[in-house]
Design a protein. Structure first.
Length: 206
């Protein structure tokens, strides 16, 4: 693994932000604008970007914006996607790994919080796993959905539905927050405090 430069972050506790997002741009031009603004916000705060290593779709847009604004950009891409020539060759670091599982683990290990831009099933899967790992106490990192034009409102409602039906504890619901503003997303990650990871089953239920 390539060594990283000393942290220059202006936000205590945050060094690098992992961004999950689509490998397509989507039909709404606001999604590309949001990806560009997110990359610029990360650079403006003196943070590094960690992402899936692609050069296409929102992935390429957020990486290019962060690089242009002076941020360190680290991409992690599985070999199968690298063979399809979708890897970004003009970022600070590009790690090629064997599997999608290795990719997600490295992305989590190298970052201090997660921002979710609009995306498809793969983006959703990455975000839900990050939530689960905080829920279980595997890591203590926050998750913010960048809710561009209400794209993630259904997800917010689903989380609330899970709480109402007893599958997510109320104190765990704030693991995921929602905002349309990139700077507010970074503020939320900087202020995040993970809930205590309790046992899943109460003694009375055994």
């Amino acid at each position: 693994m390539t060594d990283f430069a000393p942290d220059q972050s202006t936000q205590p506790g945050l060094k690098r932000i992992c961004v999950f997002c689509g490998a397509n741009p989507g039909v709404n031009p606001a999604y590309a604008d949001a990806a560009r603004a997110m990359g610029e916000a990360i650079a403006a705060r003196g943070l590094g970007l960690v992402y899936g290593g692609g050069k296409v779709g929102l992935m390429g847009i957020v990486a290019d914006a962060a690089m242009k604004a002076g941020a360190e950009v680290t991409g992690i891409i599985p070999e199968v996607l690298m063979r399809r020539e979708v890897g970004h060759g003009a970022i600070t670091h590009l790690h090629v790994v064997g599997t999608m599982h290795e990719r997600k683990k490295m992305m989590a290990d190298l970052s201090d919080g997660f921002v979710v831009l609009p995306g498809g099933v793969g983006t959703l899967e990455e975000a839900v796993e990050a939530f689960t790992w905080t829920q279980l106490g595997i890591h203590n990192k926050g998750l913010v959905f960048l809710d561009t034009d209400g794209y993630w409102q259904g997800m917010a409602q689903l989380f609330d539905h899970m709480v109402a039906n007893g599958f997510v504890k109320p104190e765990q619901r704030p693991i995921a927050s929602f905002t349309a503003d990139p700077m507010e997303a970074l503020d939320a990650l900087a202020a995040f405090s993970a809930p205590k990871a309790d046992k899943w089953v109460a003694p009375s239920q055994r």
